[in-house]
Ligand binder design. Structure first.
Ligand SMILES: [Fe+2]
Length: 593
């Protein structure tokens, strides 16, 4: 069976036969990071062309959002939300507020109605030049898409599955058990009780871009670790998000629901709540500076970030404990945007009674289209194979293609006898290497296919990368990739972390010897590299280990600030020459400056 999976704002995938064979995020193909709500035309085109098929071969289109819920189930909560938001127009009469709110809610519902979204898909496919009948379009519940995405990317037979994001239609939390192939929903939370909205509200409050910069606030929060004994917000945050024995309770009046003069992601009530305690803590504007640098670096704001992160962790731990208890299962899959928070994922692993934790590489909406395709395949009676080889899903390029590009652009190159040995030699000699090999990664982390690599033991490497290559915030941590066999030397409480999305405590050895890959709270965000699943990267790390004493490398995404991870050789060459990267490895080819 052939199914085209779509997240209509970010990505596309192709299910052929029994599993997903291709996946790509639109941002990687168009070079614009986190370009949301843009139909993934290029990703669809690539998925079809790469598999030598056309749209006429596609039997069904699976969409990871259930628009059929909008005309009925969604009207009431949306209307309430719109009405409360309209109260910011304080000079207007209530009747006019109500009328405008109803109109706004209706507009929103129409924009998300099944017929509108079907037209959107149809029109985009026509613009792309497809003629003939459009395949049947199937809308799949967003959280079911996340659940299928997480389960079928894991290698678990039976598993508990916890989904948390901003919202998927009306759901904010969904908890399932998967036993003997049967999925059962155990509990859920609906809007407005959203942990994703809670975290995004404070992301915006601290002057970051919500739905994009949550990982920055997570990184910033760690700087409050040393002051937690004197942090008043750890107690005060309970007014907004309180933890219960079976989960949490949220006060929605502080988040999206209510008047908002400052920002649509939080209300005036939140500003009043915070500034009534500390008049200095007004919301930070995008890019707003203090005398010490970015305003969010002031200790008072960092303390807020720390309390928010801590409370999020407590909430998801409570949910996970409830789910594990109800399901009786000791494997746990996580998906949804909230679980892009690798610190929270690590806390779940450390504080629940589970044996194994799996978080897929694109846990947020980008990856949900794969779950939608899996779901439709299952409904059609197809026997599903789990994804085993992630290195073949994204765009990849042969040596011949790369040589042709280099020759056409007059770029000199070298074909070494052993590219792994040469690259290990570069790393040993503290060179920075753009490493481009195999299929483009899924998700936000570079995993050894589109990575910038450097010697983790080289003093000052972090500053060098920040100042001359990545141009990103100095306070953010870099991450290590380490061969599985060596992981005990790097992390306390070892875990399999193939996708760099579960934080672990760092060992004293790595704190002392490789401080550039350890965050300020002595945690690391490691990638464990398995010989069977990533043979090329594992071999490279082995060669590096022979030279620097540990099969470990500083691994950061091959991009510069504000741009997506490079996809094509053109992107890699352009980034190489626009930064101070020392070496570029494209498959078996090396480019020197
Ligand atoms: Fe989601």
């Amino acid at each position: 069976m052939i199914i085209l999976g779509l997240d209509i704002g970010s990505s596309a995938c192709l299910f052929m036969g029994h599993t997903i064979v291709s996946f790509c995020q639109e941002e990687r193909l168009i070079g614009l990071k986190k370009r949301v709500n843009l139909f993934p035309r290029e990703a669809v085109k690539w998925c079809l062309e790469h598999n030598n098929i056309s749209l006429t071969d596609v039997e069904m289109i699976a969409v990871s959002w259930d628009c059929t819920k909008y005309p009925f189930k969604m009207f009431k909560p949306l209307l309430i939300q719109k009405m409360r938001n309209k109260r910011r127009y304080s000079g207007k009469k209530p009747d006019s507020v109500r009328t405008r709110s109803v109109n706004a809610a209706i507009e929103y519902l129409l924009a998300n109605s099944p017929s509108t979204v079907r037209s959107l898909i149809r029109d985009n496919l026509r613009i792309m030049g497809f003629k003939g009948p459009i395949p049947e379009i199937v809308f799949v519940s967003h959280h079911l898409s996340h659940a299928y995405q997480a389960y079928y990317q894991s290698q678990f037979k039976d598993s508990a599955i916890l989904i948390a994001d901003g919202s998927g239609e009306e759901n904010c939390i969904s908890a399932y058990s998967m036993k003997n192939g049967a999925l059962e929903r155990l509990f859920d939370y609906n809007i407005p009780e959203s942990l994703g909205w809670f975290y995004s509200a404070f992301t915006a409050y601290l002057g970051f871009i919500p739905n994009r910069d949550e990982s920055k606030m997570m990184g910033l929060a760690a700087y409050g670790n040393v002051r937690q004994q004197h942090n008043p917000w750890i107690e005060r945050i309970n007014h907004i998000l309180s933890i219960t024995a079976d989960g949490y309770r949220i006060h929605p009046g502080y988040l999206k629901f209510g008047g908002n003069e400052y920002h649509p992601n939080y209300t005036d009530s939140l500003v009043d709540f915070i500034t009534s305690y500390d008049t200095d803590l007004y919301p930070i504007g995008l890019g707003e500076m203090s005398e010490q640098g970015n305003k969010y670096l002031l200790e008072k704001y960092v303390d807020v970030a720390f309390a928010v992160q801590l409370q999020l962790e407590r909430a998801v731990i409570s949910l996970a404990r409830r789910l594990v208890s109800l399901s009786g299962l000791r494997n746990l899959c996580l998906a949804g945007g909230v679980f892009m928070n690798c610190k929270a994922n690590g806390s779940i692993l450390d504080n629940t009674d589970i044996d194994n934790l799996f978080v897929p590489p694109a846990a947020s909406d980008e990856g949900a289209c794969m779950g939608a395709a899996f779901y439709v395949a299952k409904q059609e009676g197809v026997s599903i194979s789990k994804i085993k080889d992630y290195n073949t899903l994204g765009p990849r390029y042969s040596n011949d293609t790369i040589v042709r590009i280099l020759k056409n652009n007059g770029i000199r190159y070298e074909l070494p006898s052993d590219v792994y040995e040469s690259t290990a030699h570069f790393v040993e000699n503290t060179k920075t290497v753009g490493w481009f090999r195999g299929g483009l990664e899924i998700g936000a982390r570079a995993l050894g296919n589109r990575s910038i690599l450097a010697n983790p033991f080289s003093k000052g490497m972090k500053d060098h990368l920040n100042n001359t290559i990545k141009y990103r915030e100095r306070w953010r941590p870099y991450c290590p990739s380490v061969n599985n066999e060596y992981a005990d030397n790097v992390m306390r409480h070892r875990a399999e972390v193939p996708f760099m999305n579960i934080a672990r405590g760092a060992t004293q050895y790595v704190i002392d010897e490789a401080p550039d890959v350890v965050h300020v709270d002595n945690t690391i965000r490691p990638q464990t590299v398995d010989k069977k699943h990533c043979p090329n990267f594992h071999l490279l790390l082995d060669r590096i280990g022979n030279k620097i004493g540990a099969p470990m490398v500083l691994n950061t995404s091959f991009n510069i600030r504000g741009k997506p991870i490079v996809c094509s050789p053109y992107d890699a060459i352009s980034t190489f020459y626009s930064t101070n990267l020392d070496k570029l490895v494209l498959e078996d080819i090396i480019v020197h400056k």
